[in-house]
Design a protein around this ligand. Structure first.
Ligand code: NAP
Length: 254
């Protein structure tokens, strides 16, 4: 199938963790808008291939790249894979992230370091190397969380702290890269139905209803709810928004 004529035609995008969940939603949306999308994944190649196929079947263009994040040399490996298949970049979406399994009282040092390595350190160095490839006028969008701005789930404090770090990175980087016309923003989802929270969210009707009731709109978020906000920031329409933290929680913090 041919490439869609859309508002991102001619652009190249990279979505970390683009193979599943919110990242897949973002990758598919940017693909529909006409961008050629690098679908990054860590280990689940099948999911990455499915996402690439879905983008292609919708008339878009995509390729998969593998790099485990949160380990030494992760960013360099990611960009080496990227460079094999594309030249230059217009849109970088730092979406890949993990949660924590333990609350404050029992979280061990190893898990603390792992969640910071994947959620905060990896986006820093992926972006540092990505900035060398990003064309002037480009876009950087970091996927944060409502939990960095409100104490809705205080037992997830270590996870929320990683997103707080990402928010500060977003704010300051907008000043660093602004002279090149590059915008840098954070998009903060509330509860979205993905694998990351499947254990408790899909555990039963009551858990689902409780999650839905947190949003002013009375439902659980879908990846497309987040992807559409990212697509706005990635587009020409978003050119005058930078250094911002965009609430995409469906009114869960109101
Ligand atoms: P998900 O469904 O678990 O998907 C995670 C994605 O990230 C997968 O593509 C996965 O690839 C990749 N990934 C995870 N760890 C990785 C690693 N160490 N190295 C390389 N790739 C890795 O998660 P999600 O719910 O879509 O979350 C996406 C982002 O949204 C995260 O930053 C999360 O913190 C944020 N968020 C989610 C929610 C929510 O309710 N879902 C709410 C607020 C914020 P592999 O499968 O190949 O490892």
């Amino acid at each position: 199938m041919g490439v869609l004529a859309g508002r991102l035609t001619g652009k190249t995008a990279l979505v970390t963790g683009g193979s599943r969940g919110i990242g897949r939603g973002i990758a598919e949306r940017l693909g529909r808008d006409g961008a050629r999308v690098a679908v990054h994944y860590g280990s689940n190649e099948t999911a990455a291939k499915e996402t690439v196929t879905a983008i292609e079947e919708a008339g878009g263009s995509a390729f998969a790249i593998r790099a485990e994040l949160g380990v030494p040399g992760d960013a360099a490996q990611l960009w080496a894979e990227f460079d094999r298949q594309a030249q230059g970049l217009d849109i970088l979406v730092n979406n890949a992230g993990i949660g924590v399994s333990e609350p404050f009282a029992t979280l061990q040092e190893e898990e603390y370091e792992r969640v910071f390595a994947v959620n905060a350190k990896a986006p820093f160095f992926v972006t540092q190397l990505g900035a060398q490839r990003l064309r002037d006028g480009g876009r950087i969008i970091n996927v944060s969380s409502g939990l960095s701005h409100a104490s809705v789930m205080p037992h997830l404090v270590a996870y929320a702290m990683t997103k707080g770090a990402l928010d500060v990175f977003t704010r300051d980087l907008s000043k660093v890269l602004g002279p090149r016309g590059i915008t840098v923003n954070a998009v903060a989802p509330g509860i979205v139905d993905t694998d990351i929270n499947a254990d408790w969210l899909r555990a039963g009707d009551e858990a689902w209803a409780n999650a839905a009731s947190m949003s002013a709109l009375g439902r659980v978020g879908a990846p497309s709810d987040i992807a559409d906000v990212v697509a706005f920031l990635a587009s020409e329409d978003g050119r005058w928004v930078t250094g911002q933290w965009i609430d995409a929680t469906g009114g869960s913090l109101a």
